[in-house]
Design a protein around this ligand. Sequence first.
Ligand SMILES: Nc1ncnc2c1ncn2[C@@H]1O[C@H](COP(=O)(O)OP(=O)(O)O)[C@@H](O)[C@H]1O
Ligand SMILES: [Mg+2]
Length: 221
Amino acid sequence: MSGVPYRPWSFETKVHEGAEATVSRGEWLGKPAMLKLRKPKGYRNPDLDNRLTKSRMAVEARALSRLQKRNFPSPSLFYVDHQDSLIIISEIEGLPLFEVMANGNLGEDALSRVGGIIRRLHENGVSHGDLTTHNIMIDPSGEIFLIDFGLAKISPELENLGQDLQVLNECLTASHSEYPGAIEKVVSGYISFSTSVPDVPDSGDVTLRFDEIRNRVRYLG
Ligand SMILES: Nc1ncnc2c1ncn2[C@@H]1O[C@H](COP(=O)(O)OP(=O)(O)O)[C@@H](O)[C@H]1O
Ligand SMILES: [Mg+2]
């Protein structure tokens, strides 16, 4: 080896500065990658704040590594730094579903395939926890990926699975009202792509729970 410093990460641009995380694009060992740095939220108790930040990052790393082993369409985990609350993950070369829908470029069967991917996530023993149209990506060939697993649960309860559909339902209603019937397409994909997996609630039980949650919210709201 020459005396060249070893720098596996090379930074290109910052792509997202959110309340919770900063995301940059670059390369990890020459591969297109994203560096996600979780930020403390500035709560009054800095110790608690730090613990929450670290736990979300650890949860995301754990969920991604589990999903990667099962060939699930989510980013690959390249590197984790628990001390600095950062992860480096593969770049998904696509657009958030939010933009695809806003631009009117949604393919005919895309929402049903989104439902299929959500079911596949659940059959792998993971709930997402924040399934908005910003956390679902579509690549140029139409393939669907899920990102942002900081609120995921491994071995979730039926309620967590129903909540995934409800979060997406609320997002579709609030931000994509120009697509009436969108959640019904997602739900029909969720059911039609489902198989029976030991220890995972059947798709019928999940959609029933989703209907219950939806009605609960309607009556309260
Ligand atoms: N692996 C990835 N490939 C491509 N873009 C990504 C990737 N991860 C994050 N992004 C982009 O950065 C944004 C924020 O990342 P996300 O993981 O959702 O963080 P936050 O917790 O702040 O929502 C995403 O909405 C997406 O546009
Ligand atoms: Mg996000």
